[in-house]
Design a protein around this ligand. Structure first.
Ligand code: PAF
Length: 279
């Protein structure tokens, strides 16, 4: 597996990978890889001839009081895991390569970015959309793969790719979960043993809610009960639990398909997100 940090070298390497009409799938990540990321790499290898993975902890998607400095980083471990999976190329630029001095352009996907995590983390999705657009231009993949755990992020990236005419297929990969149901996340590493045990209350409450809504329970009442169940399960606060149109993310007060239950909750300093299809 090649590890590349320079844009000109990246262009040469991707051109070589594409020789003979071969296709490239990009898996953008911030590292601290877990089995969820590995499932994205496996999908990349199924849908394209070569898998390219990027690791870049993107400062512009973290707020001033968020965990940018503390975000787990272990490139040697991540690189070994990716090599085992047959990844062709690891793109690992540094901050100066991604944002050279004077960088002043950003992308805002206004309609989809304001609510949910966008409301709790102002500027977050502008940072995500900007870095993903840059990664698309740098790697020029045929396909790009994102986990469905960040459902709002996936919707925003699909809209950005459509609006800006990126000729890249955007694929979502199903959420990878631990055996007790908690969605895999690099941020799970922040949880103490007791917190990790309690955190299962989150997917459990969402599963109950998704079934209740799909079988006709009142939406607002169910969302309120779900927030209470998450707090009773040991979370300190709930940023949101919402029923949304799965595509345009409009809030729904009555169930209609396709719908998605979206949620974010905080335990100590850790903020977890999750979502489920409804019906
Ligand atoms: O989902 C992530 O890990 C990040 O938001 C992404 C898409 C790699 C952009 O930095």
């Amino acid at each position: 597996m090649q590890i590349i940090r320079d844009i000109a070298m990246l262009h040469r390497a991707v051109t070589a990978l594409k020789q003979g009409g071969k296709s490239v799938a990009l898996v953008p990540t911030m590292g601290a890889l877990h089995d969820g990321h590995i499932s994205l790499v496996r999908m990349a290898k199924r849908v394209a001839d070569h898998a390219v993975v990027s690791i870049f902890v993107n400062p512009t998607q973290f707020g001033p009081n968020e965990d940018f400095a503390a975000y787990p980083r272990d490139e040697a471990r991540d690189a070994a895991l990716l090599a085992q999976q047959g990844t062709a190329l690891l793109w690992a630029p540094d901050v100066g390569t991604m944002y050279p001095g004077g960088h002043s352009t950003h992308i805002e996907v206004a309609e989809l970015g304001a609510d949910y995590c966008g409301a709790a983390r102002p500027g977050h999705f502008d940072g995500v959309a900007t870095v993903v657009a840059k990664l698309f231009n740098q790697v020029r993949p045929d396909v790009a793969i994102f986990g469905e755990k960040d459902w709002q992020q996936l919707a925003i990236i699909r809209r950005m790719a459509r609006d800006l005419d990126f000729a890249i297929d955007i694929l979502g990969a199903p959420i990878a979960r631990d055996t007790d149901g908690l969605a895999l996340s690099s941020r799970n590493a922040y949880l103490s043993t007791a917190q990790r045990t309690a955190a299962t209350a989150f997917p459990q409450a969402l599963t109950v809610a998704a079934k209740a809504i799909a079988t006709g329970s009142d939406v607002e009442e169910t969302l309120a009960k779900t927030e209470a169940a998450i707090v009773a399960g040991g979370f300190d606060s709930v940023d949101y639990v919402a029923l949304a149109d799965a595509e345009n993310l409009e809030r729904l007060s009555a169930f209609r398909k396709p719908a998605r239950l979206l949620a974010a909750a905080r335990m100590g300093k850790t903020r977890l997100i999750d979502n489920l299809a409804v019906g």
